[in-house]
Write a protein that binds this ligand. Structure first.
Ligand code: SF4
Length: 140
C-alpha cells in the first residue's frame, strides 16, 4: 500500500553525501526510500533485497553516483515512472522482490503501482543525462 509522497532529492540530503562515509546507508534511505519510494514507511526500507536500494548504495560506495549527480536532481519532484527496458533487464530481473514482492513488476502489474525508489532515482539520473546506461553497468 502506498504510504509516502516522494518529493525527490532535498539539497541538504544531497550535500550530506559528501560529508560522511559512515552514514551512507542512512543517507541512502533518505534519498532512495523517503525521496523516491511511494511504499516507504517509517521504520522500514533500506533493504538489500531491494535491488534498487542496493544499486544506489553500491553506486555511491564506488563513486559512480556522486554528489554532483545528485545535485542535478534537487528540486525535481518525481513524476510517473517510465518503463525502462534497461532498468527492467539489469535491475529488476535480479531483484529478490521480483517473484512476489513488487506490484510494479508483477506478471499482471497492479494498477497504479510504481517502481521502487532506487529504480526511480536511477531513472531520474538517466533522464537528466547525469549518468549513462554505460555508467550504471558498474552498480548492478
Ligand atoms: S521496481 Fe520492483 S523489481 Fe524492480 S528493483 Fe524495484 S523493487 Fe525490485
Amino acid at each position: 500500500m502506498k504510504k509516502n509522497r516522494p518529493m525527490g532529492i532535498v539539497r541538504s540530503v544531497a550535500d550530506r553525501f559528501s560529508e560522511s562515509l559512515m552514514d551512507q546507508r542512512v543517507l541512502a534511505l533518505d534519498l532512495v526510500c523517503r525521496g523516491f519510494c511511494e511504499y516507504y514507511r517509517e521504520g522500514l526500507g533500506g533493504e538489500d533485497q531491494c535491488a534498487g536500494f542496493a544499486a544506489v548504495v553500491r553506486g555511491v560506495e564506488i563513486g559512480t553516483i556522486s554528489v554532483g549527480n545528485l545535485r542535478q536532481l534537487v528540486g525535481i519532484v518525481p513524476g510517473p515512472a517510465r518503463r525502462s527496458s534497461f532498468l527492467v533487464d539489469r535491475l529488476c530481473r535480479n531483484c529478490s522482490y521480483l517473484a512476489d514482492g513488487c506490484d510494479y513488476m508483477a506478471p499482471v502489474p497492479v494498477r497504479g503501482s510504481s517502481p521502487c525508489g532506487g529504480y526511480r532515482l536511477l531513472l531520474g539520473l538517466l533522464e537528466a543525462e547525469s549518468l549513462t546506461t554505460e555508467d550504471l553497468q558498474t552498480v548492478f
